[in-house]
Design a binder for this molecule. Structure first.
Ligand SMILES: NC(=O)c1ccc[n+]([C@@H]2O[C@H](COP(=O)([O-])OP(=O)(O)OC[C@H]3O[C@@H](n4cnc5c(N)ncnc54)[C@H](OP(=O)(O)O)[C@@H]3O)[C@@H](O)[C@H]2O)c1
Length: 162
């Protein structure tokens, strides 16, 4: 199966100049806990924003170029990626972005892990439009706000129904 995991602001913003628009350690901890042990799939631009394989997970990067660190499986087309996913039906593949990759797998994604940040930021990259009528919310809980986590946020999970 394929899951998406991302954080967006009130306007669906997800990126600014190749980075995240915010610093929110509680969401990073949620990302780590949720994806640990599962394969993660990133677009080349998202991978370059941290530029090292994330430990404890198979790191798959979509790119038409090959120059990535050891420990990264480079996949050069969506078709090749879909074959890999179809060949491993027992695995939960987490697509970690960015917008470019999210927009290409909209009809394939089974589960959505959305962190909604209740604030507005400036940036240049937005989540593609998702038809939420095809999904049902199955979880929702508030994130931690404290001296390290300045923005109210909500963790939500949606499963495909249609
Ligand atoms: N808020 C969040 O949760 C979140 C999550 C992820 C990312 N982001 C942000 O989103 C921004 C990056 O997103 P983005 O949309 O610009 O880029 P992206 O999706 O991360 O990467 C796009 C790149 O992936 C490769 N690619 C995409 N489709 C491909 C295909 N079908 N076949 C082969 N390669 C393919 C291409 O790289 P090549 O040019 O190498 O071929 C393409 O230029 C950053 O600001 C990042 O911080 C935010």
């Amino acid at each position: 199966m394929i899951s998406y995991i991302w954080a967006e602001d009130e306007h669906g913003l997800i990126g600014a100049s190749g980075k995240l628009p915010w610093h929110l350690p509680d969401d990073m901890a949620f990302f780590k806990k949720t994806t640990m042990g599962h394969p993660i799939i990133s677009g080349a631009r998202t991978f370059r924003s941290y530029n090292r394989p994330l430990p404890g997970r198979q790191n798959i990067v979509l790119s038409r170029h090959g120059n990535f660190p050891d420990g990264v499986l480079v996949v050069s087309s969506i078709e090749q990626l879909c074959e890999l996913v179809a060949d491993n039906p027992q695995k939960n593949y987490f697509v970690t972005g960015g917008a470019n990759l999210f927009s290409q797998l909209l009809d394939k994604v089974d589960r959505l892990y959305r962190t909604k940040i209740h604030a507005q930021f400036t940036g240049d990259t937005y989540m593609p439009k998702i038809d939420y009528s095809q999904f049902k919310q199955v979880k929702k809980h508030p994130g931690l706000v404290d001296e390290k986590n300045h923005y109210a946020h909500t963790f939500e999970v949606f499963d495909r129904i249609g």
